[in-house]
Ligand binder design. Structure first.
Ligand SMILES: NC(=O)c1ccc[n+]([C@@H]2O[C@H](COP(=O)([O-])OP(=O)(O)OC[C@H]3O[C@@H](n4cnc5c(N)ncnc54)[C@H](O)[C@@H]3O)[C@@H](O)[C@H]2O)c1
Length: 487
């Protein structure tokens, strides 16, 4: 298989793969990492002589992805797709791929405790942090965390694995590594620091103090749209390269990475591959989370309800396109602190990226895990508007769209497959409330999503209720059309 991929019609890794050193252990070998951080490392190796390589680890789920990768000597294809052209590269920077449940935790810890490991990075989705999205605090009663705290030498959660690896490095007299989140969360480095330190304190106060002193948690803003891989994606990649690659992934041509330059044991020269190294990532992160991810969620819920399967389908509906653009510029942009960015241009570029017909990013995929996403994508902005007494009708409509979606039945009466780590709580709220205003009240009472104060804000409650009732009565298309009509 190695030879097969090395004959693909693609940019091939012509650098010396044997010279790569696995200095980064990455947790979460999902679609995004394959098309983002690994591509930056591949460009550095191919064009700048970098020897930074990866050990890839999946902790929970994704067994097949690791097996596929190992089948082909840890090579895989990334295809960039736009309306008129597809290009491909075979990425060669992965030195080794492990699965905690297949290869065993000890193998994972051995990899994390190799002296040269400088960075442990993560793309494990928001729920992998086991924190409350409303407060950012580690949930000590989270089933994974509670189990890990009972047996900290055999953890399953990401915080548990990171802390045990650091404990072993400390005990062996090895230097610490930096831990870098590349997940879509506001202040992702701070969230990660909070959960890792809180977990460590619950295990051993001395270890927690060592971590606080020796480990850094740089924040990052990551951007590239990478839809979940389907059989159709793999077919298209095969047509393009001539090689079937089950580990292949396809994405848009655009990529962006803003990284807080705060590493304890060195880092690759990512700036040479186009990343921006800055002292404060938070304003960039906030911009991306609210303008891109916020409008994505808006389109995902309201688009799914209207029968639009993909984001680019939503963009073909003039009302959806105008509403998403207005959400970005009128209700998200005013809340941002970022300086020196033309937000009008940024919003226009986002609409162009969403319209890419080759992407086929499923609304259902973006709609997943809403409980983990709404706080940073919409609710923080709502709080800002309440303080500043400015309009937030589109944000309220987005929240109402989520409520209608998690009700579990679409506008044609078909069941919706709702995926969410808080599904039990959400379903209980839906089951025990009558359809209509009472349903809105029941969902607003989920504190892990809405916190304590927001559900007491009459203006917020009334706007969400009004939007929700319109979705029930008129449907999503007509409600979005009315919202777009009043812009
Ligand atoms: N796909 C995108 O377009 C995109 C863009 C920007 C940022 N991101 C970020 O990357 C994350 C991953 O996205 P993806 O597209 O790679 O998803 P994916 O489903 O392809 O991969 C998810 C990865 O997370 C791991 N994982 C899931 N639950 C876990 C848990 N509880 N503990 C530890 N690991 C767990 C899985 O093993 C898998 O490797 C997103 O949640 C988001 O924060 C994605």
């Amino acid at each position: 298989m190695q030879n097969k991929l090395l004959t693909a019609k693609a940019t091939l890794p012509v650098y010396d793969r044997n010279a790569l050193v696995p200095r980064i252990v990455h947790l979460g070998f999902g679609a995004f990492h394959r098309a983002h951080q690994a591509v930056y490392a591949d460009i550095l190796a191919a064009e700048h002589g970098s020897d930074w390589g990866y050990t890839e680890v999946n902790l929970i789920g994704g067994e097949q992805q690791i097996a596929d990768l190992n089948q082909q000597n840890t090579l895989y294809t990334v295809a960039e797709m736009s309306a008129d052209a597809w290009t491909a590269r075979v990425v060669g920077v992965v030195k080794r791929a492990l699965h905690a449940e297949v290869d065993g935790l000890e193998t994972v810890f051995s990899a994390m405790c190799e002296p040269q490991v400088a960075i442990v990075s993560l793309t494990i989705t928001e729920k992998g942090y086991c924190h409350s999205p409303a407060t950012g605090e580690l949930m000590l009663d989270h089933p994974l965390i509670a189990a890990d705290l009972r047996d900290p030498h055999h953890p399953r959660s990401a915080p548990g694995v990171i802390v045990e690896a650091l404990a072993r490095r400390k005990a062996a007299g090895l230097a610490a590594f930096s831990v870098m989140s590349c997940d879509n969360m506001p202040e992702n480095g701070h969230v990660l620091r909070k959960v890792v330190c809180a977990y460590a304190r619950a295990v051993d106060a001395g270890l927690a103090a060592w971590i606080e002193q020796h480990v850094t948690f740089p924040s990052t803003m990551v951007d590239r749209i990478v839809p979940a891989v389907t059989a159709d994606t793999l077919d298209k990649i095969e047509q393009l390269t001539g090689v079937r690659d089950p580990a292949g992934v396809a994405c848009e041509p655009f990529r962006q990475w803003v990284i807080e330059d705060n590493f304890v044991a060195g880092r690759p020269q990512w700036e040479k591959a186009g990343a921006e190294l800055v002292s404060d990532v938070i304003p960039f992160e906030e911009m991306k989370l609210r303008m891109l991810n916020g409008s994505h969620s808006f389109l995902a819920y309201l688009g799914y309800l209207a029968g639009y399967q993909h984001i680019n389908d939503c963009m073909e509906d003039d009302n959806y396109r105008r509403a998403a653009h207005a959400l970005m510029l009128k209700e998200q942009a005013p809340t941002l602190k970022v300086k020196g960015v033309d937000l009008g241009r940024y919003a226009g570029l986002l609409i162009d990226r969403y319209s890419n017909p080759a992407l086929r990013h499923r609304t259902w995929q973006i709609a997943m895990d809403g409980s983990q996403k709404l706080p940073q994508r919409m609710l923080d902005s709502v709080r800002w508007h309440l303080v500043h007494q400015t309009p937030f009708d589109l944000l309220a409509l987005g929240v109402a769209g989520w409520m209608r979606y998690v009700g579990g039945v679409d506008e044609q009466g078909n069941a919706i497959e709702v995926c969410d780590p808080l599904l039990a709580e959400i379903q209980a709220a839906v089951r025990h409330s009558a359809e209509g205003e009472a349903r809105v009240q029941a969902l607003l009472s989920i504190e892990a999503i809405f916190g304590k104060e927001l559900p007491l804000e009459n203006l917020f409650v009334s706007k969400v209720t009004k939007a929700y009732l319109s979705l029930l009565e008129n449907g999503a298309k007509a409600t979005v059309a009315a919202a777009a009509g009043s812009l």
